[in-house]
Design a protein around this ligand. Structure first.
Ligand code: NAG
Length: 287
């Protein structure tokens, strides 16, 4: 087997050190003949092969952990938004440098935006359990470009000296704040529930069910309530700021999360015969 191994990975022999460290870091996809990639738990003598087996290794390129991707995605928007909020020089006209907005909704929006990303960072560090997975390094550029550019676009308009507050005034902002806070609490509750579902290091999959916490009761109707609450938070932020880029971000995020939720919903249905039939992927009874 080692001869095939070497032949297939010939180009790495000149960089022998890097090559071995890549192998020990399990950054190769290992495949028997044309089959599916092997899993970490697979044992050689239990594989459906005869006395000889041929392994093929495919280099997955540079990899990066999910946790690092999540953190870089979130730290960017947090700081970008604050730069616009404090109106650091070279963004708006010089006479506005380090001035503050006269509209209280702008300050509230900054508080909500920062809270959302600080929450996400803390959850990434202390709540989410990442199953050892990694993703290709280039993904981080794609993801960050998306989050960071939208942050620039939204922050520019909300903190602009000529920003006009929402049409229906205080009532609109308070309603929006209610939606936002509700969804933030909801998303936190869901993340805690998903964490408690998975004991550290275990790989067995379970169906999440509603718990005593009322924010998790939505599990009765939806497979991925974390996305439902995420969309809800951004909807609240859109109503609060009444700003086109925010609405746009909400819609794009909604489309993306619906795709993820549909995939997850399908895999739940595939894995569990007894999966609750009432559930929809992301929006109760609708989507
Ligand atoms: C949201 O929930 C889905 C389904 O339970 C899960 O696969 C996904 O990792 C969750 N996302 C986060 C950020 O927790």
């Amino acid at each position: 087997h080692s001869t095939i191994y070497k032949r297939k990975t010939n180009k790495y022999q000149t960089e022998h050190r890097q090559y071995t460290s890549r192998v020990s870091g399990a950054l190769f996809h290992c495949v028997i003949s044309e089959g599916k990639p092997l899993k970490d738990e697979d044992v050689l003598h239990q594989l459906p092969v005869g006395t000889t087996a041929t392994f093929y290794f495919r280099d997955l390129g540079s990899q990066i952990s999910w946790r690092t991707v999540f953190l870089t995605e979130c730290i960017g928007p947090l700081f970008i938004y604050l730069m616009f909020y404090f109106r650091v020089p070279f963004i708006y006209a010089p006479k506005y440098d380090f001035t503050t907005s006269k509209h209280w909704v702008v300050h509230l929006a900054c508080l909500c935006h920062s809270f959302h990303y600080v929450k996400r960072i803390l959850e990434t560090l202390f709540v989410h359990r990442f199953c050892q997975g990694t993703m290709p390094l280039r993904n981080i550029f794609k993801n960050c470009l998306y989050y960071w550019c939208f942050a620039v676009w939204m922050a520019y308009y909300i903190n602009h000296p000529l920003y006009t507050p929402p049409y229906y005034g205080e009532q609109q902002v308070k309603t929006a704040l209610g939606i936002f806070v509700f969804c933030q609490l909801g998303s936190f509750s869901i993340h805690i529930t998903l964490r408690n579902l998975k004991p550290p290091g275990s790989k067995t999959k379970k169906i999440p069910y509603p718990t005593k916490n009322p924010f998790t009761w939505i599990f009765a109707l939806v497979s991925c309530p974390n996305y439902t609450y995420e969309v809800g938070s951004w909807l609240g932020f859109t109503v609060m700021t009444q700003c086109v880029p925010v609405a746009f971000f909400t819609i794009v995020g909604f489309i993306q999360m619906t795709m993820w939720a549909k995939g997850k919903h399908r895999s739940y249905l595939r894995e569990f015969k007894e999966y609750p039939t009432l559930r929809s992927p992301i929006l109760p009874f609708v989507l």
